[in-house]
Design a protein around this ligand. Structure first.
Ligand code: HEC
Ligand code: HEC
Length: 301
């Protein structure tokens, strides 16, 4: 008798809870749609592509290494499937040559897409890791825009990136940030970025490209909200559960080959294609930075 009553009470409150969750869910779902459709008041940048060979070379280097553009958009920038993240969405990077989406962008709009995560219509892009390079000084931004413009047009169908229902909810609850334009301050003053140098100070800027996976504190652990099929980022701090026993040579070799000192090949989710293309100054700067952060136990993100 008593058990039945308790069950009934629980049944009713479970139903009420379900109803409440549904209302919250639908509300958040709709507000994602609103955020995705809103137009940002950010002008295209005053930047024009050049065919200066030093700028093009610098642009290619950045696009291959710390920018990771080729890693996602493909070696010819003709578009590629980066990752099917199950219920979160489909991360498909479009063709950004003039044979594809690149044709819809002026140079200034392309620069705005890179620095602000905003498309040619002024709306937020999806999945673009904008905080990883919105610190680039103007010269570097011009270099990358020039490099993108120098690539031959690729004729390919531009599959769209999509965010699925769980991804929308995770974005709205602040677990994952999938609307690129929401990840940066659009009217912030330019940061004081040193010229490339093998120091922790410069390394901290490059390491912004590692945060999305290895965490703000660099101590790794499962990416919040990520499905269990996704490899778990390692601890990069000098803790015993991280790179404590690694030498700089171990670090450099691993980033160049994708193979750890113990012979294990890293999961392809770790973007070795980008780290491989880093130059000596960038490697030295990253190592100096990782040795300067607090050694934390694995999983403190
Ligand atoms: C982690 C993968 C990733 C990296 C790294 C990346 N992109 Fe993207 N990019 C994407 C995805 C996914 C989209 C599709 C966004 C959308 O549909 O809203 C995109 C969209 C774009 C667009 C807009 C295309 C359109 O259809 O309107 C441009 C331009 C662009 N990226 C340029 C770059 C450049 C230049 C770099 C390097 C500085 C870069 N991206 C790095 C994943 C990436
Ligand atoms: C897209 C996600 C992602 C990004 C971005 C990323 N990593 Fe990783 N990284 C991983 C994953 C996942 C692993 C673990 C792979 C495995 O265990 O097979 C890993 C492993 C490593 C390892 C091996 C450590 C060990 O103990 O095995 C090093 C070193 C490393 N990453 C450095 C970096 C650096 C430096 C950056 C930034 C320049 C970076 N990673 C950016 C996902 C990422």
């Amino acid at each position: 008798m008593k058990v039945k009553r308790v069950l009934r009470r629980l049944g009713i409150s479970a139903l009420a809870l379900l109803g409440l969750l549904l209302v919250v869910g639908v509300y958040q779902f709709l507000s994602f749609g609103r955020a995705a459709a809103s137009v940002y008041d950010v002008e295209p940048l005053q930047i024009v592509a050049t065919n200066d060979s030093a700028a093009l070379e610098r642009g290619r280097h950045l696009a291959e290494s710390i920018g990771g553009c080729l890693g996602c958009h493909g070696p010819d920038l003709g578009g590629a499937l980066v990752e099917d993240i199950g219920p979160i969405g489909l991360m498909h990077a479009p063709n950004i040559t003039t044979g594809g989406a690149g044709a819809d962008y002026s140079d200034g709009e392309l620069a705005r897409a890179i620095r602000h995560g905003i498309d040619s219509d002024g709306r937020s892009l999806l999945y673009m890791p904008t905080p990883e390079y919105n610190w680039w000084p103007d010269d570097d931004l011009i270099a990358v825009v020039s490099f993108v413009r120098s690539m031959p047009p690729v004729q390919s169908v531009n599959d769209a990136a999509t965010v699925r229902p769980l991804g929308k909810l995770l974005n709205q609850f602040g677990v994952m940030q999938l609307l690129s334009a929401q990840t940066v301050e659009h009217d912030a003053a330019p940061e004081a970025v040193p010229a490339p140098e093998p120091t922790a100070r410069y390394g901290a800027f490059i390491a912004r490209g590692c945060i999305g996976c290895h965490g703000e504190q660099m101590s790794g652990g499962r990416i919040p909200g990520a499905p269990s099929s996704l490899a778990i980022p390692a601890n990069l701090t000098a803790h015993d559960s991280g790179l404590g026993s690694w030498t700089k040579a171990d670090f450099v070799t691993t980033l160049q080959t994708g193979v750890r000192p113990d012979g294990r090949r890293l999961d392809p989710f770790m973007p070795i294609g980008s780290t491989q293309a880093m130059n000596e100054i960038e490697m030295d700067a990253l190592w100096a930075y990782l040795r300067s952060v607090e050694p934390l136990e694995f999983g403190n993100r």
